[in-house]
Design a protein around this ligand. Structure first.
Ligand SMILES: N[C@@H](CCC(=O)NCCCC(=O)O)C(=O)O
Length: 262
């Protein structure tokens, strides 16, 4: 009997009152459950206690989630952030080595927004700290005076490049996506390829050029109302399929190990 693939969902560390928490938005776990058809397993940001291989041994895929916090610029040799910038060093210490290890081990990966930026930084790329201050890009931030439905509604066109994962899913060459970020890819990491660009040239999606398994990062939020957008849904379904393939391969390996040891 096949079981649900176990899909790790990264978390942010947050102080709430007197206590520290590991938290993740409901929409990420819900999209894993309903669209990727996996069992979401939250990954605490406890790099001091668990190595990437401890985590990978337990999982069939990992969703690297979005977050209001920014990656500390020390990880991409960038200038210091403006005072008051929201950082999460415990999350950086967990996710950056974990992405490298997951891709190396052929564990399927989907990165969203901060998760997409983590993918680029993990492999040696850098970030614009404020895309809207560069001068050549539109403002990619949401209007936070609007309702959440408007904030996560279609914001700009995105052009899908031929030959990548997104094109392979049958997505049209141009789709509308939402946009809720102030940072963005400056230098694309070696080994990553640009899958899609906004009209202003900002990279909106990346994948591993020579990935052993599904490894896609997107700057926008396909988890948002995933079931009502066929393009967003196709991404989660493809990710879920890759996680199911790994779950099956791991079960086969376990059966072979058990019969060899019998
Ligand atoms: N802080 C980074 C990443 C933006 C991001 O991940 N936004 C998500 C917000 C909350 C959510 O929907 O989970 C940046 O500003 O570029």
């Amino acid at each position: 009997m096949s079981r649900l693939p176990l899909i790790g969902v990264t978390t942010c560390s947050r102080q709430i009152g007197l206590h520290a928490y590991h938290i993740s938005g409901d929409k990420y776990s819900r999209a894993v459950a309903t669209a990727a058809k996996g069992l979401p397993m939250l990954i605490p940001s406890l790099a001091d206690l668990f190595s990437p291989s401890d985590i990978l041994d337990a999982l069939d895929g990992i969703l690297f989630t979005g977050s209001p916090s920014n990656i500390e610029p020390v990880h991409y040799q960038g200038p210091a952030s403006a005072p008051g910038t929201d950082h999460d060093p415990a999350r950086d210490a967990t996710t950056l080595p974990l992405i490298r290890a997951a891709v190396d081990a052929g564990v399927p990966v989907l990165g969203i927004c901060r998760g997409f930026q983590e993918m680029n930084v993990a492999f040696g790329g850098s970030l614009h700290q404020n895309v809207h201050e560069v001068g050549t890009f539109i403002d990619h931030r949401e209007d936070d005076t609007q309702s959440v439905d408007v904030q996560y509604g279609p914001a700009h066109a995105m052009h899908i490049q031929p030959g990548g994962i997104l094109a392979g899913l049958g997505l049209p060459q141009v789709i509308e996506v939402n946009s809720i970020h102030s940072q963005g890819i400056e230098r694309l990491a070696p080994g990553l390829r640009a899958e899609a660009l906004a009209a202003d040239g900002l990279i909106e999606a990346v994948s591993m050029a020579q990935g052993k398994a599904f490894a896609l990062g997107v700057q926008w939020h396909p988890e948002w109302e995933v079931s009502s957008n066929p393009y967003y849904l196709a991404i989660f379904q493809a990710f879920g399929d890759a996680c199911r393939a790994r779950a099956r391969a791991r079960a086969t390996q376990r059966d072979a190990d058990a019969s060899n040891n019998a």
